[in-house]
Design a protein around this ligand. Structure first.
Ligand code: SF4
Ligand code: SF4
Length: 316
């Protein structure tokens, strides 16, 4: 795995001072504008940004205005330079974020994307002004395939796929996919190096796919779940979560999270056990841990069934 470069502890790091919405903020050289915004207490929406991944600049929801720049800049990837003057809440920024949220909301299902309702309200976004949402028209087509329904133009290929349930560990709901590439990067050279998934097709045909669109058990996937860890929309989810959502029993307010060390081997990966009704319902991994950086293998991620076997088999 590629651990991010970390300077030795005694290496002095130069501070860079910029202004954000008129207030000075200093961050270590090499930081991004997003880091500076966080430091300054500016709540910046992000979707394709991942704290363990190289920025992809795919979603464009974190754009900010930079004095002297003709265009808005992505705060997740633009590095700070001394004297930068950044604006995070101008009419131009609000308009851009509103448009991005509306286009995403009108084209894919964002119902399990954290914080979306809050951001939609903050930016006064109304995905319905583009006509019927792609998901609604698609659902009607599935029920009534003989009829042509006017929807919001072409339905992207990623929407036009049924939920992919081809194994007992995790489910792929690509009608929730915003094509942010995070799963591809987590599976590829940035972490797992399995290269089991990639973007297939271009434009409206673009979708995440295994090689030749085979089912996951027939692909190069090793079921580490590192793609599930980084997916920002819930397009990839534990089978347990998927089933509990379908049954109406998934309730994050009733869940506790316990951090522990995986006992399968001696590497020392950290696990976060999400527990509801005294059962582990999913396992994540802390992104700031120096060993695992949010990544696990199949055993740490999914190998917990024995823990909750409550039946005694008579053996000692
Ligand atoms: S579970 Fe691991 S190997 Fe399989 S697609 Fe996801 S990141 Fe790649
Ligand atoms: S499945 Fe999730 S992580 Fe992968 S591209 Fe789609 S939204 Fe991004």
């Amino acid at each position: 795995m590629n651990a991010p470069y970390m300077a030795p502890a005694d290496t002095p790091v130069r501070q860079v001072t910029i202004t954000i919405d008129g207030e000075e903020v200093s961050v270590p050289e090499g930081s991004t504008i997003l880091t500076a915004c966080n430091e300054a207490g500016k709540d910046t929406p992000t979707l394709c940004y991942g704290d363990t991944l190289t920025p992809k600049n795919a979603c464009r929801v974190c754009m900010v205005e930079l004095k002297g720049s003709r265009v808005l800049v992505p705060s997740c990837s633009r590095k700070v330079q001394p004297g930068m003057e950044v604006m995070t809440d101008t009419e131009r920024v609000r308009h851009s974020r509103r448009l991005v949220l509306e286009l995403l909301g009108s084209s894919v299902d964002l119902s399990t994307t954290p914080r979306i309702p809050e951001w939609m309200e903050r930016y006064n976004a109304d995905p319905d002004r583009y006509g019927e949402r792609a998901g609604e028209s698609l659902r009607r087509d599935v029920h009534d395939p003989g009829e042509h329904h006017a929807g919001n133009g072409s339905i992207a290929a990623t929407m036009a796929q049924p939920d992919k349930i081809d194994n007992d560990l995790y489910v792929r709901e690509y009608d929730k996919c915003i094509l942010c590439y995070k799963c591809v990067d987590a599976c590829g050279p940035q972490w797992q190096n399995s290269f089991a998934i990639q973007i297939a097709g271009r434009g409206f045909d673009a979708q995440i796919s295994t090689e030749f669109a085979v089912e996951l058990p027939d692909s190069a996937c090793v079921f580490c779940g590192n793609c599930v860890e980084v997916c920002p929309t819930g397009a990839l989810s534990f089978k347990t979560e998927y089933d509990m959502r379908a049954a109406g029993t998934w309730d994050e307010s009733q869940q506790t999270t316990t951090t522990t060390v995986c006992t399968y081997c001696g590497v020392g990966c950290n696990l976060e056990l999400h527990v509801q009704d005294n059962k582990i319902v999913k396992v994540t991994s802390p992104h700031d841990h120096s060993v695992s950086h949010g990544n696990l293998c199949i055993k740490g991620r999914f190998g917990y069934a024995h823990v909750q076997s409550r039946e005694k088999d008579g053996s000692s």
